[in-house]
Design a protein around this ligand. Structure first.
Ligand SMILES: [Zn+2]
Length: 246
């Protein structure tokens, strides 16, 4: 039991043909709920810390809570920085003991995204930490990451190959129609599976990441609204689509 990188998890996932869940954590109760479920399912686990979580709880508290979860459950867990916005925050998390960081340069032009990602990769790899980057823009809102639907762009498959080759990154978040937040689809949910397949074929066995892929079960939305919640019409990615993507 230990804090581990996602490297081994991704390898096993490719062999076993399944996806690995990465869940955002903000406090002890959320961590307890997720690790309990992972233990029941005997599932590999990535716990990740967003900008909002960092603001709410100093990342060191979150790391200590995750370490407590590892000690308590015996699970291997990857502790990941979600949407790191610059080199400094990635470096800080690497230095603080995170085993994985994301550098999100998706808002920058292609060449700038490559340069920034490369810099983070060089530093993180020198400390044994893996790096996720992002190419293409997801719609939706997640903490500091806000993209209007009209500004969202799907990932170009050829650019994805060039990006991975030139940066040496360990995994890549791509945009194929998933989105951040609890309101993912206005009409019928659609994902660009063809694009996903093209990128997968061009980058065989390379870990691809789908952000904004939570399902939002209807019965829980109803339950929440019944007791005073106000999330009418919240919709996530249907589970059968997630299975197909995996
Ligand atoms: Zn995200």
């Amino acid at each position: 039991m230990a804090l581990v990188t996602s490297q081994e998890m991704f390898k096993k996932a490719y062999e076993g043909k399944y996806a690995v869940g990465a869940f955002n954590v903000n406090n002890m109760e959320i961590i307890q709920g997720i690790v309990e479920a992972a233990k029941q399912e005997n599932a590999p686990l990535i716990l990740q810390v967003s900008a909002g979580a960092r603001k709410y709880a100093n990342p060191i508290y979150l790391r200590k809570l995750v370490e407590a979860a590892i000690e308590d459950t015996g699970l291997d867990i990857c502790l990941h920085l979600d949407h790191g916005e610059d080199f400094e925050i990635c470096k800080q998390c690497v230095d603080d003991g995170f085993t994985s960081v994301m550098i999100d340069g998706s808002k920058y032009p292609f060449e700038e995204n490559i340069a920034l990602t490369k810099r983070v990769v060089e530093y993180a790899h020198s400390k044994g930490v893996v790096v996720e980057a992002e190419l293409g823009k997801l719609a939706g809102v997640e903490d500091a990451v806000k993209v209007k639907t009209k500004d969202a762009t799907y990932t170009d498959p050829d650019e994805a190959v060039e990006f991975v080759e030139r940066t040496g990154v360990d995994s890549l978040a791509i945009a194929i129609g998933t989105s951040h937040g609890a309101y993912k689809f206005k009409g019928d949910p659609t994902l660009d599976f063809e694009r996903l397949e093209t990128i997968t074929n061009l980058l065989p066995d390379f870990p691809l990441v789908l952000h904004g892929s939570s399902s939002v079960p209807k019965e829980f939305v109803e339950l929440c609204n019944k007791y005073g919640g106000q999330i009418p019409g919240a919709a996530g990615v249907p589970e059968e689509m997630l299975r197909r993507a995996a």
